[in-house]
Write a protein that binds this ligand. Structure first.
Ligand SMILES: Cc1ncc(COP(=O)(O)O)c(C=O)c1O
Length: 296
């Protein structure tokens, strides 16, 4: 069955999908994106992803290209047409096509919308049972990391450094020696007294949708947590650690640079959080009200 992409109002063959060379996303990274996990044909945390997408757009003054309900219908239609049982949906919105000029076009141009899907199998992955290594890399990004911009070069550099060091992820470290987040995930530790710690959602990090769901799970399950900065040294001496995102869920971290975390195996609290998160994804993954979608 052909794999389709959605490009500006049309479902087209993935391999033939294209955008204009003067699209500001291509020229200036002038756009934002979302990655949504699909489990059992349903999008996990669809509503919160749309909330963040709307926020990212408004922070950089790109208008919503269509109503939220229509956007959601297109997302679901692409998943349906591509028969994605499990996998992910990638959605990118840029400011649109305009003659190359740094300043935002006035009047605004029409935003470009691209969506693709990819099939993936999440269950039974060894990273969940064995844990992964992360390495620390300098955080060389800008001061609005809360916006999910497509401008990801520093993240790409950090992830490449990590991969070359045989690590799954790079945890970025700010000028004060505190971990901000992974290059494509949020960073977590569990202190010796069993407290879950992750950096507060300021402009320094992307407030992960998975992060927010994990915090809610922690609250529901009575796991104490704190949103604060932690140093690399504190992380290396933590009882447990993990890294979270829509595609890595809550992947246990068993090594940070040369330091082995705990006994070198995924810890009990991390494992419990991962299991609860997985159960959440396969169960009632909080889809938006279908009534809203139907009334679009
Ligand atoms: C820099 C960064 N932080 C955190 C995350 C995790 O966000 P989410 O849980 O919404 O996937 C991502 C995901 O791509 C990311 O790129």
């Amino acid at each position: 069955m052909p794999r389709l992409a959605y490009v500006n109002g049309r479902y087209v063959q993935h391999g033939a999908a294209a955008v204009h060379i003067e699209d500001r996303g291509y020229q200036f990274s002038d756009g934002i994106y979302e990655v949504v996990t699909i489990v059992n044909r349903r999008m996990v945390d669809e509503g919160p992803h749309l909330d963040r997408l709307e926020r990212s757009l408004s922070e950089i003054e790109i208008p919503m290209p269509m109503t939220r309900n229509v956007l959601r219908m297109v997302m679901r239609e692409l998943v349906r047409r591509n028969s994605v049982e499990n996998g992910l949906l990638y959605m990118q919105i840029t400011r649109g096509v305009s003659p190359r000029d740094h300043k935002f076009p006035d009047p605004p141009c029409t935003p470009s919308v691209v969506m693709t899907t990819r099939k993936a199998n999440f269950a039974g992955h060894s990273k969940f049972s064995d844990g992964v290594k992360v390495v620390t890399v300098p955080d060389i990004r800008w001061q609005r990391c809360d916006i999910k911009t497509i401008s990801l070069l520093p993240n790409c550099i950090g992830k490449t450094t990590a991969a070359r060091a045989g690590a799954y992820e790079g945890w970025q470290v700010d000028a004060d020696g505190h971990v901000t987040e992974g290059t494509s995930s949020n960073a977590w530790i569990i202190t010796k007294d069993g407290k879950l710690v992750t950096r507060a959602a300021t402009h320094d990090i992307l407030n992960g949708i998975t992060r927010m769901t994990i915090l809610r799970i922690a609250k529901e399950e009575g796991i104490e947590f704190e949103e604060r900065a932690f140093t690399v040294e504190e992380a290396q001496n933590a009882r447990e650690a993990f890294t979270s995102s829509a595609t890595s869920f809550a992947t246990p971290v068993v090594q940070i640079d040369d330091a082995i975390i705990g006994n070198g195996h995924p810890g009990t609290i991390s494992t419990r959080i991962l299991e609860s998160y997985m159960a959440y994804c396969t169960g009632d993954a909080a889809p938006e009200d279908d009534h809203d979608a139907a009334s679009a």
